[in-house]
Design a protein around this ligand. Structure first.
Ligand code: HEC
Ligand code: HEC
Length: 212
């Protein structure tokens, strides 16, 4: 009999302890919520913080400096190949207009679309008007700030205002090749729609550039 009573009392004590714990938990939760609301009211709008807006260019940079894009955006007239951006085989050079030299134009090998898969993974890929980007649009081996400043400047981006820039990312067939490169070629880190969204977000914030 006595043991049972002791057991019951112990059980009750435990229940009371549990109840106490629950009350404390509910109180703590209430306090946390209240302070969270207070913090929310005081927090500055993220868009206003310069550190954050400088980050807006990074997703764009990660795409345009990926091999599928950077291999045509070079300074020395030598197209690059593969993921390690090694100089193009056969001593290919862009020449004065980026379209190749006499006797060895890009269009000798690169057609307006990718070859059929049956041609193998190393057949020359293709897209309309295949040629090197002009020198003012060099992205290979260039810092993010430099790329950003030129990309937003119509004197260096082919005379494009922000709307034309978005259009180029979204609709240009040569740019589009980067996301349909054929063979076993790797893709840029973001999809085309994700890249366009990143460009739009950057433009909406007034095209901020990173500090270096
Ligand atoms: C003699 C033929 C030939 C000529 C001329 C030529 N290419 Fe190529 N190019 C190729 C072949 C073949 C490949 C595919 C290499 C592979 O993937 O194995 C290629 C691949 C490329 C790539 C893809 C690189 C990558 O991996 O993302 C670029 C960019 C490129 N060429 C640019 C040019 C440009 C610009 C010109 C003209 C200035 C040009 N090529 C002229 C044969 C040629
Ligand atoms: C086969 C070569 C080639 C490849 C690959 C290529 N580009 Fe270009 N890019 C060009 C040429 C040529 C121009 C100049 C065209 C013009 O101004 O009308 C250019 C211009 C641009 C411009 C214009 C603005 C500026 O200041 O540079 C953008 C944006 C661009 N490319 C984005 C890309 C992206 C993104 C990729 C990869 C997904 C890419 N390109 C891959 C050849 C290439």
């Amino acid at each position: 009999m006595q043991t049972t009573l002791k057991q019951r009392m112990a059980l009750m004590a435990r229940r009371i302890a549990l109840l106490d714990a629950m009350v404390i938990a509910v109180l703590l939760l209430g306090m946390a919520t209240t302070s969270a609301i207070a913090a929310k009211k005081q927090a500055p709008t993220p868009a206003a913080a310069p550190a954050d807006s400088a980050q807006l260019f990074e997703p764009i940079r990660s795409v345009i400096q990926s091999p599928r894009c950077v291999n045509c955006h070079v300074a020395d007239g030598v197209p690059r190949q593969f993921d390690d951006s090694r100089p193009h085989a056969q001593n290919v050079h862009g020449g004065a207009d980026g379209k190749g030299v006499t006797g060895l134009a890009c269009s000798t090998c690169h057609y307006t679309q990718n070859p059929a898969a049956a041609s193998g993974p190393h057949a020359p890929p293709g897209a309309p008007n295949w040629h090197l980007a002009p020198i003012e649009m060099v992205w290979y081996d260039v810092g993010a700030r430099d790329i950003c400043l030129r990309l937003r400047d119509p004197r260096h981006n082919g005379g494009r205002d922000p709307a034309a820039l978005v259009h180029h990312f979204a609709d240009d067939p040569l740019v589009g090749w980067g996301w349909q490169p054929g063979g076993a070629r790797s893709l840029p880190p973001l999809t085309r729609p994700q890249t366009v969204a990143a460009v739009q977000a950057w433009i909406a914030a007034d095209m901020p550039c990173p500090l270096q």
